[in-house]
Design a protein. Structure first.
Length: 229
């Protein structure tokens, strides 16, 4: 049975899985009596889908699993000159998520969660903006994606027009009842803060307890401080 499986090409996806696991997952190196954990952050090659041999979705799954191990990682130090003085701009996380979307355009979770991670955890506002636009095109009736896109363009992308558009679109496709009325208030400071607080509080609940939630709490407290007592 095993030989028949190999003849049918079953060994190829297995070897592909092994190769990508070695390349993409963190590993440990032993030096003397000390065990030192090291993480590797290789970038997926350009046009990876052309070399996927029909296993694009499998590769996308592996890239997603690797990305989840380092949600806050932006880029190695040698990329600093490319950041143009920004904390992060289209770094490692952006490259990983872009490749995942190219390989599996209908893989929802990376596009529902990934751009928000870039926006809030990495301060990669340029990368998050590009991915939110892609996500909205790929999932035009997914209110949760549209809802988060509204937050990004309101608070991080500083584009109130786009924020109001995405909030209104989210209200059409199952978003909270108050979104429609709030969309009209997004040109007012109070309306902006209300939308941002609601979205950040929802997003916070998707993260594990610990440092990631604390980082979101900083954003939440900063927005609350702008509101009238």
């Amino acid at each position: 049975m095993f030989k028949a499986w190999i003849k049918k090409g079953g060994l190829f996806p297995l070897s592909l899985f092994v190769i990508f696991s070695v390349l993409l997952f963190s590993f440990k190196d032993t030096q003397g009596d000390r065990r030192i954990s090291k993480r590797v952050h290789p970038l997926p090659p350009a046009h990876l889908k052309q070399y996927s041999f029909g296993y694009a979705e499998l590769i996308a799954d592996l890239l997603w699993l690797r990305y989840l191990q380092d949600l806050e990682y932006c880029a190695p130090k040698e990329w600093a000159s490319q950041m143009e003085g920004k904390a992060c701009s289209k770094g490692w996380g952006y490259q990983m998520l872009s490749s995942i979307h190219e390989l599996a355009p209908k893989f929802r979770i990376p596009m529902a969660v990934g751009p928000m991670n870039l926006s809030v955890l990495q301060d990669d506002f340029d990368g998050a903006g590009d991915l939110f636009v892609l996500a909205a095109k790929a999932f035009p009736e997914d209110w949760a994606i549209l809802y988060r896109a509204a937050y990004h363009f309101l608070y991080e992308g500083e584009d109130t027009g786009k924020a109001a558009y995405y909030a209104l679109e989210a209200s059409k496709y199952g978003g909270p009842w108050w979104l429609k009325s709030l969309a009209s208030k997004l040109y007012q400071k109070e309306g902006q803060a209300e939308l941002a607080l609601n979205i950040l509080q929802d997003y916070r609940e998707t993260l594990p307890e610990g440092e990631l939630r604390k980082k979101v709490d900083v954003r939440i407290n900063s927005i609350r401080s702008t509101l009238k007592p």
